[in-house]
Design a protein around this ligand. Sequence first.
Ligand code: HEC
Length: 263
Amino acid sequence: MSFVPADPPSRRPLGRARSLAPRAGAGAVLLALAIGTAGCSVKGADNANLILGKQTFVAKCGSCHALARADTKGTVGPNLDAAFHASLAEGLERSTVRGVVEGQIRLPNPEGAMPKDLVTGAKLKDIAAYVAQVVDVPGKDAGLLASAVEAPGAGKPAVETAGKLAIAASPTGQLAYVTNQATATPGSVIVEMPNVSGVPHNIAIESGAHGATAGGAVLGASQFTTKGTASVTVKLTPGTYTFFCQAPGHRAAGMYGTLTVKP
Ligand code: HEC
């Protein structure tokens, strides 16, 4: 059963995918689920490349959308697992989800915050195929898909040398820095944040180790940059600090780390 939406997705309010759900028998639902979750296959329908789809999703979509399988936690747009949950439960086919995602990328709501044509061509197909396969599917990606994107913040700790400490934003577009650990010696330190991701980030330093939620006093914060290097100079005394991004939702999504200052 294939269902082609008659009206462009841009005209659909959030969660409208719900009303697209064809009335499907239990058999059809099971079949759709079986296709959608088929093992660790890396080729989707039409030979879409699911690995590239996942990588591109993280780079281009994850800063605004949560999708559990891709480990993205953006909050600017709707949580995609939640957005499709009810429709899928009612029998919406994953091939239809794929069409909805493609349509949304081509024609997002002009009044919404989602830019038009973030990706085109094969990348668009790869992203839509990946999202359609994993959205609202419990568990974790397996096989090659599991290692398609490196874990956020897992890089080598950043170490201050000669008064400079570089902590880059993740180049993958994840809401994370390349590392969540840094060390420095006391005194005046220039904290630099190179960012090539295209997602706007900054870096702020707060006293104490507070993790994902705001805690201590903010000692200083850099400008925001989308592509470039932002920096801030802070005076550090021995102790523990948190470095984090002040863009709304980024810290909560995991864009923070611990800075340890030892004499
Ligand atoms: C700058 C933030 C931003 C980025 C980047 C972004 N989106 Fe969105 N997205 C939104 C917002 C806001 C909405 C809700 C309003 C609208 O429809 O435009 C949305 C809506 C959607 C919807 C519809 C959800 C529903 O409930 O019906 C889908 C699907 C979607 N986006 C997929 C994507 C994909 C795939 C990408 C990457 C190519 C992407 N988005 C990139 C902000 C973003």
